[in-house]
Write a protein that binds this ligand. Structure first.
Ligand code: HEC
Length: 221
């Protein structure tokens, strides 16, 4: 234990020495991220017990076996709230990274402090790999996008491509219909004139809702 705590405190001293060299702004919500093009592993926040929170960057310095050398570190003097994905320095100089994004995968890693000058981590141990879950698409944005297509097909010829009105149809941007329900009903029941069933909400069709969302959120903004 004596040995491990002296290693850890040496690491802390080095972090202090290079503190301020890194200019990168902290991004506390982000996972650690590895950029294969630059070989840089950015650790947004690392909890170093006894010292506080460090923003560190490690550069890949050896491919086989993999080693990362500390490239930059910056200590936060003010309190920073950590989330469960923050990297931590554990007993024995083990750097635990719970969530490092490499391409489209999230790695959970342990690395050991193997050299102190320059500070180098190695003995990479992969604890788990999961695929990055893409954020669920926002239903309103999907509706707006679908509405944009339908508007161009069914409405623009009379109301103009930007809703500003044309020879055959009034200005929709300046229309008094600016809230969802009345606008949707107007479209669903009467537009386009002569063929109102071309843009209705029925069965799998959500044309009236989509076009309404598009008009309100794009054309009338
Ligand atoms: C053939 C030309 C034509 C097409 C195509 C057309 N409209 Fe119209 N639209 C009109 C005319 C003319 C009016 C004015 C008469 C009325 O309110 O029925 C109008 C009125 C409207 C109004 C009411 C505006 C207000 O301020 O009262 C809305 C909303 C509207 N159209 C939306 C649409 C949408 C959405 C589409 C496509 C799904 C569409 N229109 C297709 C000609 C057209």
């Amino acid at each position: 234990m004596q040995n491990s705590s002296s290693k850890t405190s040496f690491l802390l001293t080095m972090c202090l020495l290079v503190a301020g060299l890194a200019g990168a702004a902290p991004s506390l919500a982000a996972d650690a991220a590895y950029d294969g093009a630059t070989g840089l592993l950015t650790l947004p926040v690392v909890d170093v017990p006894g010292t506080g929170v460090v923003n560190a960057g490690l550069r890949l310095s050896k491919d086989n076996p993999i080693e990362f050398t500390l490239q930059s570190a910056q200590i936060y003097s003010t309190a920073v709230t950590l989330n469960s994905k923050s990297a931590r320095v554990r007993d024995g100089g083990v750097l635990y990274i719970p969530s490092a994004q490499v391409g489209s995968q999230l790695y959970e890693l342990n690395m050991t402090l193997i050299r102190q000058d320059p500070i180098t981590f190695g003995n990479l141990q992969v604890l788990g790999v999961t695929n990055v879950v893409p954020p669920a698409p926002d239903p309103l944005q999907l509706s707006i996008t679908a509405g944009e297509t339908r508007y161009a097909q069914l409405c623009a010829s009379c109301h103009g491509s930007n809703g500003g009105g044309a020879a055959l149809g009034p200005n929709l941007v300046a229309s008094a219909l600016t809230t969802f329900s009345p606008l949707r009903v107007k479209i669903n029941n009467t537009m386009p004139p002569g063929n109102p069933s071309a843009c209705i909400d029925s069965g799998s069709s959500t044309c009236a809702t989509d076009v309404t969302n598009y008009i309100i959120n794009r054309l009338q903004r």
